[in-house]
Design a protein around this ligand. Structure first.
Ligand code: KIV
Ligand code: ZN
Length: 514
């Protein structure tokens, strides 16, 4: 069976999703999970875009051993140099360099003639090859480019040393037949095409990103690019888990395999959804909550007789297991450590202590702690940077009555370690808490978005709140989980404030020039 490589860009194109901003610890955890998932290449970010992006790409490059780590660069020497500094310690460093080739981009964005674009691409690819053993070159907006121009530029950049040629559908414009045809044309007309791998990179503006990627594979692409849960710029990128499962389930048709470990899909999807705050739609293929739910009587009857009547993918295949009841009030530290090991976490002594304390306080209120609850506790602890001073919620109380003005009294410890307390009001309980927190924090804070989810099922399910704030004009996301909705709301607010106050530069997105 032929092999197709998987290039994940969740941490670069995915992170360009409107409203998403991940901190360095979250990016590192996602990178480690992508390694477990078995991606061949992961794009850790765009190192020249900011100091904080540089550090996070560098940390990922130094940590990941079983995948090639790459970073994006514009066709500029300074971007390439910065990317090399960030990536040089990677097990298999690789550069992803791009330049637009469509008339619309060359004229209006680059303001260069086609000849100048060829010269720049050739010069920058050969400059990059002086450092990087692997250089992928992307013809941005390939699908709206002239095919014969693409043939000439691709031939030239291969001569200049590119090892992978990527033909992105940057604006999600193409159809499967057209995209497949473009790959076929390039393969048949570029004389040195056998020296490189061909890669597909699709956006989902018309809902065809996955179908387009599969069409590219049928027509000679040996690498596909995409993101977990299909997150990304505008309508997103091709969803890697959908492509992987399609290649497996319809193996009789495609006859291609990947290195992906399908049973890691659920966990990878959950982690990305939690950290980005982008909830997976219930009806999304492969990872949506309803993907394995059967509502109609006829379907249920069929399922009971034989699951394959209505289910082409099994939940187990993608790592969904029946919710195990795991630990409870009487579980000790050993059982807890065994469980976290079996869930694949490796935490320091300090973090285990912190996680165990959160687990114990949860068991005071919740009889049965499920894997989903533990996933929340453990990922939160894992990405909590303990060393940095921050605001910490001590106590809060809310008075609410349908005829009264909701009032909150909140006590917190500030980053200097002093305890402060204040009471405030609002039109509802959450607003009363947020107004009071704003009074205690003395920064210019605005709430832009608030979302509430439940983790798992049942009356005692954990509440998870995602907020989007601007703090001193810097946009930042925060999340908090607790058994009580109001407590989760307070934690999410403080989580966002702490992130931005600890590292304001990290949240100033600099993707405008991509
Ligand atoms: O969609 C696109 O064209 C990109 C490039 C940077 C490869 O993401
Ligand atoms: Zn893209």
């Amino acid at each position: 069976m032929a092999h197709v490589k998987v290039f994940d860009t969740t941490l670069r194109d995915g992170e360009q999703s409107p409203g998403v901003n991940l901190n360095q610890l979250e990016k590192l955890e996602i990178a480690k999970q992508l390694e477990r998932f078995g991606v061949d290449i992961m794009e850790a970010g765009f190192p020249a875009s900011s100091q904080s992006e540089f550090h996070s790409v560098q940390t990922i490059a130094r940590t990941i051993e079983n995948a090639s780590v790459t970073g994006l660069a514009r066709a500029k020497k300074s971007d390439i140099d910065t990317a090399w500094e960030a990536l040089k310690d990677a097990a298999e460093p690789r550069l992803h360099i791009f330049l637009a080739t469509s008339p619309i981009h060359m004229t209006h964005k680059l303001q260069k003639t086609p000849q100048q674009v060829i010269e720049t691409a050739v010069e920058m690819v050969s400059y990059a090859r002086e450092r990087f053993p692997q250089v992928e070159w992307s013809a941005e907006d390939a699908c709206r480019s002239d095919l014969d121009f693409l043939v000439s530029i691709v031939e030239r950049v291969i001569d200049a040393g590119a090892t992978v040629i990527n033909l992105p559908d940057t604006v999600g414009y193409t159809t499967p037949a057209e995209y497949g045809e473009m790959f076929r044309y390039i393969r048949e007309h570029v004389p040195n095409i056998d020296q490189v791998s061909l890669s597909a990179h699709c956006h989902d503006d018309l809902g065809m990103a996955v179908a387009n990627s599969l069409a590219a594979i049928e027509n000679g692409a040996t690498q596909i690019e995409g993101t977990i849960n299909g997150i990304g710029e505008r309508a997103g990128n091709a969803s890697l888990e959908e492509i992987a499962v399609a290649l497996t389930i319809r193996n009789n048709f495609y006859n291609f395999q990947t290195n992906l470990v399908l049973s890691e899909i659920k966990r990878t999807s959950d982690l990305v959804s939690k950290f980005t705050g982008m909830k997976v739609p219930r009806n999304k293929a492969v990872v949506g909550e309803n993907a394995f739910a059967h509502e109609s009587g006829i379907h249920q009857d069929g399922m009971l007789k034989n699951a394959s009547t209505y289910e082409i993918i099994t939940p187990e295949m993608v790592g969904i297991h029946k919710s195990n009841l795991v630990l409870g009030k009487h579980s000790g530290k050993h059982a807890f450590i065994d469980k976290i090991n079996s869930l694949g976490y490796s935490l320091s002594e300090e973090k285990i202590k912190e996680a165990f304390a959160s687990f114990k306080s949860l068991t005071d209120r919740k009889k049965e702690v499920t894997d989903e609850d533990l996933f929340t506790i453990l990922t939160d602890v894992q990405t909590d940077s303990q060393e940095l001073p921050k605001y910490k919620l001590e106590t809060f109380q809310v008075q609410y009555g349908s005829q009264n003005i909701p009032t909150a009294t909140v006590a917190l410890t500030n980053p200097e370690g002093a305890r402060e307390e204040l009471a405030g009001t609002g039109r509802g309980s959450v607003e009363a808490i947020y107004n009071t927190l704003e009074g205690l924090i003395h920064e210019d804070i605005h709430l832009e978005d608030y979302r509430l989810n439940s983790i798992g099922e049942g009356r005692d399910a954990l509440a998870e709140v995602h907020v989007r704030l601007t703090v001193n004009e810097v946009a930042v996301n925060g999340r908090g989980a607790a058994q009580d909705v109001l407590e989760a709301s307070a934690h999410a607010f403080l989580n966002a404030v702490n992130r931005v106050l600890m590292d304001p530069k990290a949240y100033t997105k600099q993707t405008a020039n991509i």
